[in-house]
Structure formats: structure tokens, C-alpha cells
Design a protein around this ligand. Sequence first.
Ligand SMILES: [Ca+2]
Ligand SMILES: [Ca+2]
Ligand SMILES: [Ca+2]
Ligand SMILES: [Ca+2]
Length: 103
Amino acid sequence: MQAFDINKNGKLELAEVKSAAAARFDELNPDQDDSLDAREAGSVLQGNVFRRADTDGDGTVNKAEYLAYVEQMFELADTDKDGSLDRTELDAEAGRALLMLLR
Ligand SMILES: [Ca+2]
Ligand SMILES: [Ca+2]
Ligand SMILES: [Ca+2]
Ligand SMILES: [Ca+2]
């Protein structure tokens, strides 16, 4: 998580999580067409998770959908609702699921 913690305060804020997620998205999307099909999303978004992230149901996940999904997972992981994720929150199930979406 150190790599994502840009302001080095030992916690992840939403802005940090989103910039890491945007970088991950670009990495998963080598054809640069602004969307991930199920194959590109591969191990990161599988099955139900892919369908949940694909909010407009067009069979691909674009960057806005990816970041919106990441934001949802952030809210879920931030159990004390202080706007940042500490080590304990990141080690919980929702936190680990969120980290999978980042680079
Ligand atoms: Ca931070
Ligand atoms: Ca693509
Ligand atoms: Ca979509
Ligand atoms: Ca928190």
C-alpha cells in the first residue's frame, strides 16, 4: 500500500485509490479504446463483479464505470467512515477486494 500512499500519511484516501485504479485500468486496456471487455478485465473483474461494475450493461467496463466501482468498494471498505483506509480496513475483506482493483 506504500506505493499508493502518495501523501505518505499511512492511509489511503479516495483520491489516491482512484489514481492507482486509473493506472491499473490503463494497464488492463492496451488497445486504448476506453473500455474493458471481459477478456481484458480478466482476473481483476470476474463474473458477477464484472456485471456489477458494468452499470450500463453494454458488456464492457469503461473507465468511468471502473472508477465508480472502485469508489463503491472504497466506501464499503471504510468501515469507520473517516474518508481514509488504514491498515486494519485494508486487511479486511472489502479492503483486500479493493486492493485487487489497484495497481
Ligand atoms: Ca494517504
Ligand atoms: Ca479495451
Ligand atoms: Ca458498460
Ligand atoms: Ca477509515
